[in-house]
Design a protein around this ligand. Structure first.
Ligand code: PGA
Length: 253
């Protein structure tokens, strides 16, 4: 397995607890006689994480949360801290998803704090970046994404940066059925890797997983993942049924 290969599921605000646990069982059953060529990470709503039997963890599956607080602990009603997430089965946390940037006013500073909290708790952030349709049409999409990386991540030491996974998710492709073409994804992923190399060097850049997200599914995953700088996907809609999710995992075969 190329060690960079990752397929991560972002369930967003879908499924009841019993539906979620049964989806995990379905995926686990599908993985029983199959060795994936990638790391498989499921990111359900956070409270599901506490209901997964940690004594009996599904083999071949890792878990993550969809967000964490920028604060360490205390009077922040409704928030969930990185330490609380790390006290469950989760090893990962999605940070900076465009839906959180848009609907919860998350910005470069709060996101940098979340990344720091996650790393301090021993979690690996899956950090999302991506341009809007307007920014793509304006032609400055490469700079927009490089700036998102610089402003929230480049304060990190290289030993900390090494724990990150990046997910390029063009906002215009999320949940729209409009996927970036494999060439569009490759152009951005190569740009991201070069940007990381300029700051941290070639070795760290070439070991960083850079996932694509935005209407990725069983029909387009193979072509996207075949690109040299596309290391897998962050999957929303197509991760909500085992029958749709498995072909994406198998796209690495
Ligand atoms: P989508 O979502 O696959 O439904 O487009 C991806 C994401 O938002 O992470």
């Amino acid at each position: 397995m190329k060690t960079r290969n990752v397929v991560a599921a972002n369930w967003k605000m879908n499924k009841t607890l019993s539906e979620g646990l049964s989806l995990i069982k379905d995926i686990q059953a599908q993985l029983e006689n199959y060795q994936p060529n990638c790391k498989v990470i499921l990111c359900p709503p956070s409270f599901f994480l506490g209901a997964i039997d940690s004594a009996n963890l599904p083999e071949k599956l890792s878990f993550g949360a969809q967000d964490c607080s920028q604060h360490t602990k205390g009077a922040y009603t409704g928030e969930i801290s990185a330490n609380q997430i790390a006290s469950t089965v989760a090893d990962y946390v999605i940070i900076g998803h465009s839906e959180r940037r848009a609907y919860h006013q998350e910005n470069a500073i709060s996101l940098a704090e979340k990344v720091d909290r996650a790393l301090a708790a021993g979690l690996r952030p899956i950090f999302c970046i991506g341009e809007s349709l307007q920014q793509r049409e304006d032609g400055n999409y490469l700079d927009v994404v490089a700036d998102q990386i610089t402003s929230s991540l480049f304060h990190l030491e290289s030993s900390a940066f090494a724990h990150l996974i990046l997910a390029y998710e063009p906002v215009w492709a999320i949940g729209t059925g409009k996927t970036a073409s494999a060439d569009q994804a490759q152009e951005m992923h190569a740009h991201i890797r070069k940007h990381i190399a300029l700051k941290y060097g070639e070795e760290l850049a070439s070991s960083t997983s850079i996932l694509y997200g935005g209407s990725c599914n069983g029909d387009n995953a193979k072509e996207l993942f075949a690109k040299p700088d596309v290391d897998g996907g962050l999957i929303g809609g197509a991760s909500l049924e085992a029958a749709k999710f498995m072909p994406i995992i198998k796209a690495f075969d």
